[in-house]
Design a protein around this ligand. Structure first.
Ligand SMILES: Nc1ncnc2c1ncn2[C@@H]1O[C@H](COP(=O)(O)OP(=O)(O)O)[C@@H](O)[C@H]1O
Ligand SMILES: [Mg+2]
Length: 340
């Protein structure tokens, strides 16, 4: 199912407009992540898709059907929240089958469907246990199976992994990706964790202050950020940032340039006829296979993730690979026209 928002806004009862002119299409069969800091409007957007909230202005379509005025039940979406809210007195099988019981599906039929879904989410060896006897990851598998019970056209997940520890979070994000690919269901996944979004999504919508900052494939967000906010939000280590003023002799910048962002892998050892950037090496830190080289340039600390053969305390020269250099104006808008 394709989801489209046409100039949608949402004003809560207190009169504050929290979503502004949301205009986008979520393609059928894809996994799209809504990514952004807390308060950015992710849950509000998801609740507008589910029908738990109604657009103040604008239109929402599922494929060619205008669902703007339809309620949650009529829209037929499946939802999973951060607190899985499983029924504690029911077994795994009963939890998964419950939406079908409510829909008056026969016992034999709903148990067969629940068993099939349990297999899909790989919880079929726990069917007779109560939720309290399951780990957090297993509970979340049950919640996903339950959300899929009625064959929804869209699966909505609101920070489904936030309550899990780091290792389980990585395992479960792969599982969500696998389940989405096996079922082919259009899935919208809310997270504030950029690396989670980068790993699972076909496309990422970056939201801040109720506005879409950029909506693109993960790699595009990284290599072609639309603005300073996206450049800083995506990427680990965080993009280096220098005041334009301090690199104006090294780079040919547009007149209104204020900030220059440099990806950590775009700081290279000086070579050829490139303009030399003088730095002092301040620290080298290693974590497993990763090595970060910290250096000072004109009072600003920069990090490079390249294997530079530099020693701490030495003055060295680097240069910038312009494919990883982005220029922004005072308001954080991206500027074109960067040259050597
Ligand atoms: N029921 C509500 N009434 C009024 N304001 C709300 C309500 N729910 C959320 N908000 C506000 O809407 C904005 C977006 O919230 P939300 O969609 O929950 O963000 P996110 O899920 O990205 O953290 C925030 O400023 C939040 O305070
Ligand atoms: Mg939220």
């Amino acid at each position: 199912m394709e989801v489209s928002f046409k100039h949608v806004t949402l004003t809560y009862d207190n009169g504050v407009e929290v979503l502004h002119d949301m205009d986008f299409v979520i393609p059928d069969g894809q996994l799209v992540a809504l990514l952004g800091p807390s308060g950015g409007g992710k849950s509000t957007t998801l609740n507008l898709i589910s029908g738990l909230l109604h657009a103040t202005t604008g239109e929402i379509d599922f494929d060619d059907v205008n669902v703007t005025d339809k309620d949650a039940l009529q829209r037929g979406v499946g939802m999973v929240f951060q607190n899985y809210a499983l029924y504690p007195h029911m077994t795994v099988l009963e939890n998964i089958a419950f939406p079908l019981k409510m829909a008056k599906v026969s016992k034999a039929e709903r148990n067969a469907r629940a068993a099939e879904l349990a297999k899909l989410v790989r919880i079929d060896d726990q069917l007779n246990k109560k939720p309290a006897a399951l780990s957090g990851g297993q509970q979340q598998r049950v919640a996903i199976a339950r959300a899929l019970a009625k064959n929804p056209s869209i699966l909505l997940l609101d920070e489904p992994l936030s309550n899990l520890d780091a290792r389980l979070r990585v395992e479960m994000r792969e599982e969500i990706r696998r389940i989405q690919q096996e079922t082919g269901i259009t899935t919208i996944f809310v997270t504030h964790d950029q690396s989670e979004a980068m790993h699972v999504a076909d496309k990422i919508m970056v939201l801040q202050d109720g506005r879409i900052q950029q909506y693109a494939a993960p790699q595009d967000l990284y290599s072609n950020p639309a603005n300073r906010f996206v450049a800083r939000f995506i990427g680990e280590p965080v993009i280096n940032e220098i005041e334009a003023e301090s690199v104006k002799d090294l780079l040919k910048l547009p007149a209104s340039a204020k900030y220059v962002g440099i990806r950590p892998e775009a700081i290279l050892a000086h070579s050829g006829r490139n303009k030399k950037v003088p730095v002092k090496i301040t620290n080298v830190s290693s974590f497993g296979r990763d090595r970060n080289i910290l250096m000072e340039f004109n009072g600003t600390e920069l990090v490079s993730t390249n294997e530079l053969d530099f020693e701490v305390g030495k003055n060295e020269h680097v240069n910038f690979d312009l494919r990883g250099v982005f220029v922004f104006d005072e308001d954080g808008n991206r500027l074109e026209g960067l040259a050597k």
